[in-house]
Design a protein around this ligand. Structure first.
Ligand code: F6R
Length: 369
């Protein structure tokens, strides 16, 4: 039940701190990840993996894209992320050394289910990341790591997304310990970052009114662009997807580095562009490059809304609006940066008088191919 909230989506956006903390609950013990559900995957098997293929659709695929950066960095194993429907129909290269990880909130998405079945037929081992107990995809997989986001009712996925990233990060850190690619101190430090996310999400949620105001000012907007780099890139894609599905506004997400390879031609005076700015404390170089992108689009008249960490003053001279996120290690920023984008799409849809829980033409779980 909505329990006093104006919509399920608003309720679920607000439940994101708990979605993450419940997903971590009982799975972290003294600086170590404990995932009893993976008991079937012995350490020898996890050490032998040569490649991970993530299959998912929509928002779940963007969670996979975020996790690719973390798992490759921590566990030094190549990760590819593929849309389930493309994977299934392209004769993929799969063998016993490939681990297939599917991600699905509902656990019933037909495209993903068919891809999982296909992967198993081809001899791959499969793990499902799922939010729905006893759903079909986990039953068809060798093991399941449940996200504990609680039931997600609104069609647009929000709290399941942050829970999926949390579960995938746990898995990545588990893999890193087993494979010996991260030492105990580094593991403990990353886990501490993960455990700090719920409290930081609470801070981000305090800006709900400010983002709402921005959305109301922009209610007549016809097109919005989103830019991000590294883990901010899938967040740009997710921001655009949310805006399309909820507010029926043309929206595109791009990797910021791709701007000069084409998309900058779209920039004309007044074009709103959200830019997810990486922390200058991560890679100063990456931060500088994104700030340069902001200068380039601003010079062509873009209206820039920057999402930047608290205290990052480099964006101030060039951004029309700055939405702040608390300090976090670079890999953990996407869990925070996505929230203002979810709220923006929700509030803009509301400003247009649309039903945010039931957008037109969409179903919560897509059980046809
Ligand atoms: C976006 C959205 C969809 C789903 C996608 C996968 O807000 O809701 O893109 O993420 O259909 O659904 P699941 O995770 O149930 O497989």
């Amino acid at each position: 039940e909505k329990g006093g909230w104006s919509s399920f989506m608003r309720k679920e956006v607000s439940e994101q701190p708990e979605a993450v903390s419940n997903t971590l609950l009982g799975r972290v013990d003294e600086g170590r990840v404990v995932i009893p559900e993976l008991a079937d995957f012995g350490d020898d098997e996890l050490r032998a993996i040569r490649r991970i293929t993530v299959i998912a659709c929509g928002t779940a695929a963007y969670a996979g894209m975020v996790a690719k950066y973390a798992i490759e960095q921590w566990a030094r194993v190549p990760v590819e992320v593929e849309l389930s429907h493309e994977f299934r129909y392209r004769d993929p290269v799969l063998d016993a050394d490939t681990l297939v990880v599917s991600i699905s909130q509902s656990g019933e998405t037909m495209d993903t289910l068919m891809a999982v079945k296909y992967a198993r037929e081809m001899g791959a081992r499969t793990i499902s990341i799922c939010n729905t107990q006893g759903a079909t995809i986990p039953r068809e997989s060798d093991a399941v790591v449940y996200t504990h986001a609680g039931p997600e009712v609104a069609v647009a996925s929000t709290k399941a997304f942050v829970a999926q990233i949390a579960a995938l990060y746990l898995f990545g850190l588990h893999l890193a310990r087993v494979r010996g690619t991260l030492g105990p101190d580094e593991l403990a430090a990353q886990l501490a970052e993960l455990q700090a996310v719920p409290e930081k999400l609470r801070t981000v949620l305090e800006q709900i009114d400010r983002v709402g105001q921005l959305a109301h000012w922009m209610a007549d907007t016809r097109s919005v662009l989103f830019l991000g780099r590294h883990v901010g890139y899938p967040i740009a894609l997710e921001g655009a997807l949310k805006l399309k599905e909820l507010a029926y506004i043309h929206a595109e997400g791009f990797a910021a580095g791709e701007l000069k390879h084409g998309p900058i031609a779209l920039i004309e005076p007044g074009q709103p562009v959200f830019v997810v700015v990486p922390s200058p404390r991560g890679s100063a170089n990456l931060h500088q490059k994104v700030v340069s992108n902001i200068q380039e689009i601003r010079a062509r008249g873009a209206r820039v809304i920057a999402i930047a960490e608290a205290g990052d003053a480099a964006v101030l001279p060039f951004a029309d609006e700055v939405l702040r996120i608390p300090l976090a290690a670079p890999l953990f920023e996407p869990l925070l940066a996505v929230v203002p984008l979810q709220i923006f799409a929700m509030e803009l849809a509301q400003a247009k008088g649309l039903d945010v829980d039931q957008p037109r033409n969409l179903a919560k779980s897509v059980t046809v191919e």
